[in-house]
Design a protein around this ligand. Structure first.
Ligand code: ACO
Length: 374
């Protein structure tokens, strides 16, 4: 039987740090509130596009796997903040790295996009459609953020990581997954102004404001991730004692605590990045996975559980068996261009460019009729 082992990994984190103190300069918030409610101390803000981060992460993952770009057969680009809708962003990464033989697709399930992309690539490898793939989780969410809404602005950050997946006869890679969507809760998180639905209201695409019911998302996220984790463990015939490492989506430290304690895995088996990076949506799980490998927390043959949720509300949990190799075969010298801008300067530029978010919030922008009905 063919499996799809993860053989390469690489992250690309933008260097500019936005602290809780920075947020307090333009929002009515505090370090104490953010840390106590979310566990977040800082997050990164990118000075380059998501595709540029993805190219660096992909080159690093390829070097790690010892695979050449010309031999890549598939690129799956998981994100909800794509640079463009047409052409897709995966094709831009393909062109930049020279993966001339690859098929390329974008997948958007919000924060779960990387894991849904991993499922897609794994399924195509296991059914013999392709022999290998680059799977990317990336988010440049700062240009779409509603920076004057403290309910959401403190929670998110930018980042990217990629993995290489390759066909093998060994029982490695994704052993099983549970995918689902709590569509009755889709109204709890909506970014208004990111699609054609708003064009007939005179809203510029990208001039966003967020609907966000944090408490309802919190509750549904915990239930969804616990159920998905239990379902995938049952499907694969493993118990919490068999899990060596949990790499969860990191939207809030308290959500992780609740999911992990209800899943029966001890906290010392959990990889955490939320304090340093906040919620990077699709990039969160692959960045945490790459850092777990860098820190030596993934041992040869380890069983890794990866539960996540995102807008939709999409939920999932993946069970991955790691192979023997936990170190890179080689390292790429790919890197982002330097910047002399601070994260706060970049945020202030984005805020200045958003013309009417505050007026629209005050007026209560009406949703287009067809979305109201969904
Ligand atoms: N600073 C200070 N006060 C704030 C802030 C802030 N940044 N944000 C909200 N508040 C205030 C509110 O105005 C409210 O005040 P009020 O009681 O006077 O009306 C109060 O704090 C809100 O308190 P709670 O709702 O009790 O806060 P809670 O403990 O629920 O934490 C939070 C809010 C952090 C948003 C939490 O609900 C949460 O994490 N939810 C899930 C969010 C999430 O996961 N988002 C990602 C979604 S999917 C994806 O990953 C794309």
């Amino acid at each position: 039987m063919t499996y799809a082992a993860i053989t390469g990994w690489g992250k690309c984190m933008p260097p500019s740090v936005l602290t809780n103190a920075d947020l307090s300069t333009f929002l009515d918030t505090s370090d104490e509130w953010i840390v106590s409610r979310t566990g977040m101390k800082e997050r990164r803000i990118s000075h380059v596009s998501s595709a540029e981060m993805a190219v660096v992460a992909a080159k690093r993952a390829l070097a790690c796997a010892g695979l050449e770009a010309k031999d890549v057969e598939l690129i799956v680009y998981g994100s909800c903040s794509n640079d463009e809708q047409v052409p897709n962003t995966a094709s831009g990464v393909q062109a930049a790295i020279g993966a001339t033989k690859a098929a390329s697709m974008d997948v958007n399930t919000a924060c779960t996009s990387f894991l849904y992309s991993l499922s897609t690539a794994t399924a195509m490898i296991r059914t013999g459609v392709v022999k290998n793939a680059i799977v990317i989780g990336v988010e440049w969410i700062s240009p779409f953020m509603d920076w004057d809404n403290r309910n959401v602005a403190v929670l998110f950050g930018d980042g990217c990581a990629a993995v290489v997946v390759q066909a093998t006869e060994k029982q490695e890679g994704v052993l099983g997954e549970q995918l689902g969507c709590l569509a009755d809760a889709r109204q709890t998180l909506r970014v208004r102004g990111m699609g054609t639905a708003y064009v007939n209201q005179g809203v510029m695409c990208g001039d966003t404001s967020w609907d966000f019911d944090g408490q309802e998302i919190f509750k549904r996220a915990v239930q969804g991730m616990v159920q998905a984790s239990q379902a995938v463990m049952a499907k694969c015939g493993v118990t919490p004692d068999d899990i060596d490492l949990v790499v969860p989506h990191q939207a809030n430290q308290r959500i992780i605590d609740a999911v992990v304690s209800r899943s029966g895995v001890p906290m010392d088996k959990v990889m955490l990045t939320v304090e340093r990076y906040g919620n990077m949506s699709a990039a969160t799980v692959p960045v945490a996975l790459a850092e777990a490998l860098e820190e030596g927390r993934v041992k040869p043959g380890a069983l890794v559980l990866m539960p996540a949720f995102g807008a939709g509300l999409t939920v999932c949990a993946h069970l991955v068996r790691w192979g023997e190799r936990v170190t890179p075969l080689a390292e790429s010298d790919a890197a982002l261009p330097a910047t002399n801008k601070t994260a706060l300067q970049m945020i202030q530029a984005i805020r200045a460019g958003k013309t009417n978010v505050q007026e629209r919030s005050g007026e209560g922008l009406q949703r287009p009729r067809f979305i109201e009905q969904m």
